[in-house]
Design a protein around this ligand. Structure first.
Ligand code: BGC
Length: 833
């Protein structure tokens, strides 16, 4: 078992330094903050891991993100320069085997990066064919800047040093910039640079998408608008979203003075616009090429139209250095809110920061201005086609406690698709709102009917859309947001409607068994996607998934709470629109007390009949295949199915202990008429831990959480594995298709909420701290009901400081003792007691 991050193949460097002399005008930025644990660095060039590095070096601002791909390269199997815009989707249809397959994808937008170069009489430089002497990549998380330094020697022995700095502006979301400094080390002469915008990109990040139609863009116009500015506009083929990209390229000497260069339009493909610049390099004298790009779309608020918006934005954008200053300042403000200071290994600190960084690049205050959800793979690649799953449940807690306005905006993405979810429920013969397992532009079910099995090399049926628990996650998220913020207006205007319609849907899928006097749910799939049907059954779907049943009871109770809570809040119209009757609320009450929970051998059954499935020989398969991430495909290739075995992809029953405290869960079970005692919980945890393959990145998060008190060493090992999952690409090479955003957020949330034992329920802020022995102390700020609370924790004491403000006093429970804290209060709690 891995217990140390030290053997990561990437070089994680604690001390930030720029790799060598930049040659560019150097002005010091920021000031005085320690830089330990802020830099991710790769030495050398490794084409085999380039896709992974591109993802981990992605820069973004919640509006757009660009992979850390080499600017001189096109998509070619090694490099994949994707740029994605939050919430920007397009549908395409592909005829396959006489059928029409429709699919909606997050669109790979026109590429603003292209910057190719060659010594005047030579070939265009490529890291794959050129003779590289050095290659370094350094991602500065604090500043949000990617630096690349390379030196290459051409066939005539000419040595050239190239340094690039790149940013995607955090304060001005439409702007990105790339500064390239060329230094001829042992020669003087001409260097040609081609700066361009490529509208000919397609969605080609996933090998299994190869048979699909992949061209989502149609280039409308390409123009040179000014002597140093180029413009490309494109439109998505079906959603008809217009995208404009403009880029301004200027040349300066090492002292920052403009250098006149001759420019010619680059002739080539129709969907590419560019200029060829002829530079004169003098040995040892750096020349800086600065490319500033602007991107806008017809979905953006507060613009007239995209082409004029990008020209205006470029006209207002300063030079690279000005942009760097405001960019770094914006990152500093975000880090002030989100950075968790841990007294821990540098590697742990850095990995956690990297996760926070990518989370904030995928979702930022700029996302809140758009109609966008939480894409499972960030804005970093095309994994899961940019779709939105239940993973937001792992993401929201991080924002609830730091930037609740963003959670609110992301919940509105769901609320705007409520009508679609109502339609889906009606069409399927149910009531209320049936949210889709995979969601994208308009909230219809986007889960494909088939998924590509890479090992078998064929398409197989996909029943994952039967995961009706996605609505439970949405109701849970609304309730958590409310608990942290007490935002009654949100609840009254949006949240209540979602919770009630989800509750209504759940009561419409339950069936009553008069013999047992219990309600059950059949024909569904739980979070464990390895189980979609009973062995040999003709139809997909399982009976009484414990997680879904218990959480159904939980949602129904919340629906009743919401109605009580909003009484007197002018909700008459809403109640009338929703047509809630006493008969219905009585049914919710009744169902919430009589949902069935299956048990076998003294443990909760994942679903009815799980205990009768064959045991899986984990030892034999681990011995043969090592990691079991792709065990479902291995079994299929052997003519078997995970459906036959007690083998789970991820936490399913144990999700209950991840979402609810043991105390809350015991209450819920008691209300259902079951006794969930300590030994049953322990036996259940042991049982499923022995049967999980961790085939989902979310799995280790839930298991780490559940074990944080019971088995601290195992929990810590799981935490480290979760921290390295993307860094070391332990998920079967899938990180090159995007980060696993839910799992990244999950680690950040674990560090804050799990280790402080933080819960927000019953109008109380609970702390029940227990730091892992490997962490010596933790410092964070969090926002609860209008207060900013500074939390300092070590193994013997918890200190809380409420910053001065006007918010009402709050109820805080530390290890069972209740306190009312007022703004300005500082309290220290002795944990040893
Ligand atoms: C997991 C799901 C998750 C999805 C997107 C799947 O592998 O089983 O729980 O929502 O990935 O991250």
């Amino acid at each position: 078992m891995v217990t140390d991050l030290a053997d990561l193949p990437v070089d994680l460097v604690g001390l930030h330094r720029l790799p060598g002399d930049t040659g560019a005008p150097q002005r010091l930025l920021g000031g005085g903050r320690p830089s330990t644990g802020w830099t991710l660095r790769y030495d050398g060039y490794d084409p085999g891991r380039e896709g992974l590095r591109e993802v981990l070096c992605t820069l973004g601002n919640g509006y757009l993100a660009t992979r850390g791909a080499a600017a001189e390269c096109q998509a070619d199997g090694v490099h994949y320069p994707g740029t994605y815009l939050s919430g920007l989707y397009n549908r395409l249809t592909t005829p396959i085997d006489g059928r029409l397959i429709e699919h909606e994808h997050l669109v790979n937008a026109p590429n603003w990066l292209p910057l190719r170069f060659r010594v005047a009489d030579g070939d265009w430089f490529s890291p794959d064919t050129g003779h590289l002497i050095d290659h370094q990549l350094e991602l500065d998380l604090r500043a949000g800047v990617l630096t690349r330094v390379l030196r290459w020697c051409d066939p005539s022995g000419r040595l050239t040093r190239v340094q690039q700095r790149r940013l995607v502006h955090l304060a001005t979301p439409h702007i990105a910039a790339l500064e390239t400094t060329f230094t001829a080390e042992n020669w003087s002469g001409g260097l040609q640079v081609c700066t361009g915008i490529d509208g000919g990109v397609v969605n080609a990040n996933l090998p299994e998408d190869a048979p699909l139609t992949r061209a989502h863009l149609h280039t409308e116009q390409t123009r040179i608008t000014d002597h140093d500015t180029i413009l490309l506009t494109a439109v998505t083929t079906q959603s008809r979203i217009r995208i404009a990209v403009a880029a301004r390229t200027r040349v300066r000497d090492g002292a920052g003075h403009d250098v006149p260069v001759s420019r010619a339009p680059h002739s080539g493909e129709a969907s590419f616009v560019g200029q060829d610049l002829d530079l004169d390099l003098v040995e040892g004298r750096p020349v800086v090429v600065e490319k500033v790009a602007a991107i806008a779309t017809s979905r953006d608020p507060a613009i007239s139209e995209p082409a004029s918006a990008v020209c205006t934005a470029l006209g207002r954008a300063g030079d690279f250095f000005d942009l760097l200053v405001t960019h770094e300042r914006a990152w500093q403000r975000l880090w002030d809110l989100f950075d968790l200071t841990l007294d821990a290994d540098d590697e742990v600190t850095l990995a956690l920061r990297l996760h926070t960084f990518h989370l904030l690049q995928a979702l930022s205050p700029h996302t809140a201005q758009l109609d966008a959800g939480v894409p499972a793979r960030g804005l970093h690649g095309e994994g899961y086609h940019g779709h939105v799953f239940w993973d937001e449940m792992f993401v929201f807690p991080v924002f609830n406690l730091r930037m609740p306005s963003l959670s609110r905006a992301l919940l509105l993405y769901r609320w705007r698709r409520l009508e679609q979810a109502r339609h889906a429920a009606r069409t399927a013969g149910y009531r209320g709102a049936m949210f889709p397992w995979q969601s994208a532009s308009d909230g219809r079910e986007e889960t494909p009917d088939e998924l590509f099995d890479r090992r078998l090399g064929q398409w197989i049926p996909d029943f994952s859309h039967l995961q009706r628990h996605v609505g439970i996650a949405i109701a849970y998220d609304v309730w958590q947001y409310y608990q942290v913020t007490a935002d009654v207006d949100f609840l009254a205007e949006y949240g209540a409607e979602m919770i009630i319609e989800i509750a209504r849907f759940l009561t419409s899928i339950v069936a009553y068994d008069p013999v047992e006097e219990r309600y059950g749910i059949a024909g569904i799939v739980g979070p464990d996607e390895y189980h979609t049907a009973y062995p040999g059954a003709r139809d997909a779907g399982l009976r009484d998934n414990a997680y879904t049943n218990v959480m159904t009871a939980w949602v129904l109770r919340r629906a009743l709470d919401v109605i009580n809570l909003l009484t007197g809040h002018h909700c008459g119209l809403l109640w009338e629109q929703l047509g809630i009757s006493e008969v219905e609320t009585r049914l919710w009450e009744q169902v919430s007390r009589r949902m069935r929970v299956p048990f076998h051998d003294g443990v909760i059954s994942q679903f009815d009949g799980y205990g009768q499935l064959a045991e899986f020989d984990f030892d034999a398969y681990r011995a043969r295949y090592g990691d079991l991430v792709g065990i479902d495909a291995i079994l299929r290739a052997q003519g078997m199915s995970p459906n036959q075995y007690q083998l789970s992809k991820q936490a399913d029953v144990l999700m209950l202990l991840y979402l609810l405290s043991a105390e809350e869960l015991r209450d819920l079970f008691a209300r259902l008429g079951y006794d969930l005692d300590g030994p049953t919980i322990e036996a259940t945890v042991r049982y499923y831990l022995a049967r999980v393959a961790h085939g989902s990145s979310l799995s280790r998060i839930a298991h780490c959480w559940v074990q944080a008190r019971a088995d601290r060493e195992q929990s810590w090992a799981l935490f480290l594995q979760a921290l390295r999952a993307d860094l070391d690409d332990t998920r079967g090479g899938s990180t090159r298709e995007g980060v696993h955003l839910g799992a990244m957020a999950g680690t950040v949330d674990l560090a804050l909420r799990c280790y402080t034992g933080l819960e927000t329920r019953d109008d109380t802020l609970y702390f029940h701290p227990l730091l892992p022995t490997q962490l010596h102390a933790l410092h964070a700020e969090l926002c609860y009901r209008g207060h900013w609370i500074v939390v300092d924790l070590d193994h013997v004491r918890l200190r809380l400081l409420l910053r001065p403000c006007q918010a009402a006093p709050i109820r805080v429970d530390v290890d069972g003792s209740v306190h009312f804290l007022t703004a300005g209060d500082q309290r220290e709690f002795d944990l040893a007691r």
